[in-house]
Design a binder for this molecule. Structure first.
Ligand code: UDP
Ligand code: MG
Length: 307
C-alpha cells in the first residue's frame, strides 16, 4: 500500500526542514510512500530548499507553479499527481501535526474512505478563531452539501475519492466542500491545532473572506433566494405603505406635505436592498464568467523526481 503526502508550500523557508524531519519520522513506520511538495510560486527561496531535499531522496517530489495560484490550486495539483492508494493533504507550517497521519491511516485501513482532521482547539488569535467559528456554522446552515464544521484541508483520501476529486474542475475551489460533496464513507479524527512554526499566515482577512465566499457561493443558491425574499418583503411593505399614503391623501389632504423623513428612509433602504441583491447576483455572474473562460487551474513550470 502506497501513501502519498501532498504539501502545498508558499514562502515557508523556515518550516520546510523541520516539517520534513517530523514527517520522515512518522513515515518511517511505512514501507511505501511519496512526498509531493507543490511550490505555489514562492519568492523566498523555498523552491531551492525543496530541490535540495529532492536531490537526496527520490521519494521527495517537487512540482512548482509558474506563479502563485493559491492554496486550493496547489492541493488540486498535488492530488492530480499523487500515485498512492491513499493521499494525505497537509500544511507545511506544522499547524497540522504529521503524527496524526498514522491515526488517519488506521481509520482508512478499517474502512473509512475520507478521514478528515477535526480541530478540537486552535491556538490562533481571537479574530481568526471567532471568524472561523462563525464561518463554518454559517456555511453549514446555507450549504446544500453537509460540510463538517471546524475541519481544514488536513485529510486522508482513498484513491477512489481522489479520482472523483480529479473530475471536479471548477475554478472557485473550496476543497473541503468538494471532498464532502463526492460522498464516500467519511470519518473524523480530532486534534489540537498548533501555532505556525515560523512565518506568518498567508490568509489575512481579505483572503479568508474570499475563501469563505467561494465556500458559500459554490455550495449554495440560498443567497439568491434571500434576494427574492427581500424583494417580496420590500414589495409587501411598499404596498401597505402605499395604501396608507393614498388613504391620507383622500381623508386628510391637509397632512400630505409631511413625510419627508419617511420618504428619505424609504429611498435609502430601497437603494440599499437593491444594491445588496445586485451584489449577490454579481457574485454568481462573476463565477459563471470565470467558469466560462475555463482557464487551467494552475500552470506548472518545473517537476522534480517525476518519471
Ligand atoms: N499556501 C499556498 N498558497 C498560498 C497560500 C498558502 O500553497 O497562496 C500554503 C501554505 O504554504 C501552507 C498552507 O497553504 O502550507 C496553509 O496556509 P497558511 O498556513 O498561511 O493558512 P492558515 O493555516 O493560516 O489558514
Ligand atoms: Mg497555517
Amino acid at each position: 500500500m502506497k501513501i502519498s503526502i501532498v504539501a502545498p508550500v508558499y514562502n515557508e523557508k523556515g518550516n520546510i526542514r523541520p516539517f520534513c524531519e517530523r514527517l520522515r519520522k512518522v513515515l518511517s513506520h511505512l514501507r511505501n510512500y511519496e512526498m509531493i511538495f507543490v511550490d505555489d510560486g514562492s519568492t523566498d527561496g523555498s523552491l531551492k530548499q525543496l530541490r535540495g531535499l529532492a536531490k537526496s531522496d527520490r521519494r521527495i517530489k517537487v512540482i512548482s507553479f509558474s506563479r502563485n495560484f493559491g492554496h486550493q490550486a496547489a492541493i488540486t495539483c498535488g492530488l492530480d499527481a499523487a500515485k498512492g492508494d491513499a493521499v494525505v493533504t497537509i500544511d507545511t507550517d506544522l499547524q497540522d501535526p504529521p503524527e496524526l497521519i498514522l491515526k488517519m491511516i488506521e481509520a482508512w485501513r478499517s474502512g473509512a474512505e475520507v478521514v478528515y482532521a477535526k480541530r478540537r482547539a486552535r491556538r490562533d488569535g481571537f479574530l481568526k478563531k471567532f471568524t472561523a467559528r462563525a464561518f463554518y456554522r454559517i456555511l453549514d446552515r446555507l450549504s446544500d452539501t453537509s460540510i463538517p464544521v471546524d475541519t481544514g484541508d488536513f485529510r486522508l483520501m482513498d484513491k477512489k475519492v481522489v479520482q472523483a476529486m480529479r473530475s471536479l474542475r471548477e475554478h472557485s475551489r473550496f476543497m473541503r466542500g468538494l471532498s464532502s460533496w463526492v460522498g464516500f464513507h467519511q470519518t473524523a479524527v480530532e486534534f489540537d491545532r498548533d501555532q505556525r512554526k515560523s512565518g506568518k499566515t498567508h490568509y489575512p482577512f481579505r483572503r479568508m473572506l474570499k475563501l469563505a465566499l467561494d465556500g458559500i457561493f459554490s455550495f449554495s443558491h440560498k443567497p439568491l433566494k434571500v434576494a427574492s425574499w427581500l424583494g417580496i418583503i420590500a414589495t409587501a411593505g411598499g404596498l401597505v405603505y402605499a395604501g396608507y399614503v393614498i388613504y391620507l391623501k383622500l381623508a386628510h389632504p391637509d397632512r400630505v406635505v409631511q413625510g419627508w423623513t419617511s420618504l428619505t428612509v424609504i429611498v435609502l433602504l430601497a437603494a440599499g436592498v437593491e444594491l445588496v441583491i445586485l451584489g449577490v447576483i454579481g457574485e454568481y455572474l462573476g463565477r459563471i464568467y470565470t467558469e466560462e473562460q475555463d482557464r487551467p487551474l494552475y500552470i506548472v513550470s518545473e517537476k522534480v523526481n517525476f518519471k
